[in-house]
Design a protein around this ligand. Sequence first.
Ligand code: ASP
Length: 594
Amino acid sequence: MYRTHTCGELRIENKGQQVTLAGWVQKARKLGGMTFIDLRDRYGITQLVVEADAPAALVEVATSLGREFVIQAKGEVVERQAKNPKMPTGDIEIKLEAITILNKSVTPPFTIEEESDGGEDLRAKYRYLDLRRGPLQRALALRHRVAHEVRNYLDANGFMEIETPYLIKSTPEGARDFVVPSRMNPGQFYALPQSPQTFKQLLMVAGYDRYFQIVRCFRDEDLRADRQPEFTQIDCEMSFVEQEDVLNMFEGMMRTIFKNVLGVDIPNPMPRMSWYDAMDNYGSDKPDVRFGMTIHELTEAAKGKGFSVLDDAAYIGAICVPGAAEYTRKQLDELTEWVKRPQVGAKGLIYIKVNADGSFKSSIDKFYSADDLAKLAAKAEAKPGDLMLVMSGANKRKVQTMLGVLRLEMGGRLGLRNPKEFAPLWIVDFPLLEWDDETQRFYAMHHPFTAPKPEHEAWFYSDKKEDLERVCANAYDFVLNGNELGGGSIRIHNADMQKRMFEVLGIGPEEAEYKFGFIINAFKFGAPPHGGLAFGFDRVCALMGGQDTIRDYIAFPKNNQGRDVMIDSPSEIDQAQLDELQIDLRRKTQTPEQ
Ligand code: ASP
């Protein structure tokens, strides 16, 4: 037997027991003739001690241990002189009688402790070493727990976990597909699924009325802001349901996970907000509602004072930052520069200080009297001590979005975005379609299988652009702390309506037949009404862990160039493989010497 206990298990109650542990040497240090060893495995760390008067052979082995050696250690559990209340095993240590070196290790490239001295790139290259560290162990353990709770909840509610293929044909979720050449069918390609969308709908046609899958999805996107080219979804679909049924089922799932994994109660029922309200009040379709500071429209109130920037604007809005009337000139200048960054994209920022003594100071004092400013402050519900930040422009949604970004920044600066606080909500009533001026066509805001709200069906069949623009989708997003954690919709289940959707999206009958003939056809064979959603599993875990990046919740993630630097992928393939696939590369990649 290699071990009697793990390195996280022993407590003062075990005092006097003979035990054998196995694990990695995190650290070995000599102190007054004694050798102390921190032995680590994924359960914790136990301190081992070799006394000064131990047999010489034992002292010699103990002294020869290097970091990350794998050892087996035998001895007696004794009470520690100097207890460490921070460690679960901190009351005891093992007085060693024997050490066997199971394997040596070369010196690791960085320290493998709670806090590592290794940079991100180095740790990514040696991910298997980074994974030995406590923070990553805890992240993966949380991920495992969440997956387990999801399966339990869905199983208890009659869902079946069914796998769908990875080598498929494109599913439109708005990103590019990864493609895989087929050797057996030269010149033809599979696509990796962006989601199992069409398959889960076909499972509904097949009568598997409650499906789920914790499934890998692939999207070849530009990897801005914490995205991974392959990521995991909790993908679900149900038949004979309306929006209400889906929302109830899955807010129940989220409540169960939060309760069972974190011991946290999240609201029951969960708040709901229409997409229009989210945009108008928070400038975002994924509002962080842990704090207020909502947007107030000033379009009418602020015009007519001869200040052309505002007079010519189609929309004017403001947020009120509590307590920030004290901001200095320097701080205001910094903020103005901040909103001009490409990530925000504003041309400038107007401020109005609502001073505690009732006076005002603004960047538009030249055009606005104290009375005018008082009116604007009243309209924006500003309180004494608030700093009003005003933005304007020709496009209402763009201005609101910029104000939304500024709101998040100010909320962060004021410490209002506590990662331990959870404020989930559903966003509902999205527009079904988005018009794109550049390509002069509509795009599906969610995806082309999403049904219009039943009460908007007449507009959906109308030829007028204004009618189509106001159709709401029977769709919903699950939002937590400013992140979209999941989303889905009630689907179109009728072949004619699906054809109409493709027509509205400018997908001609031939293209629709070529790309989606199989699903239109399936809908002719008794497709039940159905709907579902998918959660971004990696992000659910990261947020539950109080982190804002998903990378540590994935065992082997890619970096932000989409590379796995550990296995050095993507990489070139050799000519023989290309020949077999009948692929000619247009441009030969240059080798470094050239
Ligand atoms: N397939 C959708 C997505 O990946 C989710 C859904 O509609 O169920 O976003």
